[in-house]
Ligand binder design. Structure first.
Ligand SMILES: *Cc1c(COP(=O)(O)O)cnc(C)c1O
Length: 374
């Protein structure tokens, strides 16, 4: 028997047994209510509120439309301070609202927006801050709120990586004016495609819900130029089922992360992000950075060696948003303004992690160790 050389992807969804989903499907088929605030949609909003310990959740067809709608709901305009070290949808959501992104550099230890550098980027046109909890590591929520309060700015968190993450026992989704989740197939918790906005009060939730449904506030009353960003019943039913398994899915990821940590922390050429004792993680990613001076190989060489071994890591987030052609002309996108983000984008590598990864972690560790030392 030859060694296992099957493909290992960076992520894989954790789906329960199909039989568990059949009753939901039978019910949808019997009721013939497929979308538009159906019963599974209503139930999932309530259950997610309970799960997160938040008061208001609005479901969306995907995370990007949730980001775009959050900015609309808060009537954000002018300039918004954000991070270049994220998935492109963060900045794209500003562009779709005709808002100018202003990039601020990241912290060297968390790769999150550096709160110490926010104030110098504020201008009279600044209306909001849009940080990201990168890899589910909480942004500096307290400092960011102090700045926002001092300057009268809104705070919208892109929390796409932060499902199930808690800071000092409290869901990270409680911070800021709004938080946005993605339930895309690649995330910790999935509805195939999907997303949500967490908001703070009933009036705001209502506005969000009008906006995601063409602006309809009643059968014949249209209060805003809304969009269609509704989650359908199929997605919501899957969400309810997935929620029953969320804790198990996260616990299994935690085991995989612990195994990586134990094996990789002694390798000089690899740096791991520090874990904070106040944070309960959901291990949405397992990022490492490659120190090329110490291992004599670039990150891309390591990435390619792993690929030859059928191990598909991802260079999240490379290229940096500020370096892609659409945004690189912005003043704040200059490399000199973002030295840390530019350096991290060159050395970051996200290793495969998912609930059912099992012994494949060992294969990744072996291949990575060989790539570093040989
Ligand atoms: C996945 C992701 C999004 C987009 O979510 P979709 O549901 O795929 O539209 C936005 N921001 C970040 C940081 C993400 O990782």
């Amino acid at each position: 028997m030859g060694a296992d050389n099957s493909k290992i992807y960076v992520t894989k969804p954790y789906l329960p047994a199909l039989e568990e989903f059949i009753p939901y499907l039978e019910d949808i088929w019997a009721e013939k209510w497929l979308t538009n605030n159906g019963k599974y949609h209503q139930q999932l909003e309530l259950e997610l509120c309970k799960y997160f310990g938040v008061s208001h959740v609005s479901l969306f067809s995907n995370g990007t439309l949730a980001l775009i709608t959050a900015l609309q709901a808060l009537r954000i305009s002018g300039e918004v301070i954000t991070t270049p070290f994220s998935f492109v949808a963060t900045t794209h959501s500003l562009w779709w609202n005709n808002i100018k992104p202003v990039f601020v550099d990241i912290e060297p230890n968390t790769f999150n927006l550096d709160a110490e550098k926010i104030e110098e980027a504020i201008t009279p046109k600044t209306t909001a801050i849009m940080p990201v909890h990168v890899y589910g590591n909480p942004a500096n929520v307290e400092k960011i709120q102090v700045i926002a309060d001092n300057y009268g700015l809104k705070v919208i968190y892109d929390a796409a990586h932060a499902f199930g993450v808690k800071l000092s026992g409290k869901s990270i989704l409680n911070f800021g004016d709004m938080s946005i989740l993605s339930f895309h197939a690649t995330k910790v918790y999935t509805t195939f495609e999907g997303g949500a906005i967490i908001s703070k009060d009933e009036a705001t939730k209502k506005r969000i819900d009008y906006l995601k449904n063409f602006g309809f506030a009643g059968e014949t009353t249209i209060v805003a130029p809304g969009i269609n960003a509704k989650m359908n019943e199929f997605q919501a039913a899957l969400g309810l089922l997935q929620l029953k398994h969320a804790e198990t899915a996260i616990a299994k990821r935690k085991e995989a992360a612990a195994k990586y940590r134990a094996a990789l922390s002694s390798i000089d050429a690899i740096e791991l992000l520090k874990e904070s004792p106040n944070v309960e993680h959901s291990y949405s990613y397992f990022p490492i950075t490659i120190n090329s001076e110490k291992c004599g190989k670039t990150r891309d060489e390591v990435y390619n060696i792993l690929k030859e071994n059928n191990i598909f890591t991802r260079r999240y987030f490379y290229p940096l948003i500020s370096n892609i052609p659409i945004y690189r002309g912005l003043e704040s996108a200059a490399k000199g303004n973002l030295p840390i983000a530019n350096a991290v984008a060159e050395k970051i590598l996200c290793l495969p992690i998912y609930s059912d990864i099992g012994d494949n972690v060992d294969r990744v560790i072996d291949a990575l160790t060989n790539a570093i030392y040989k």
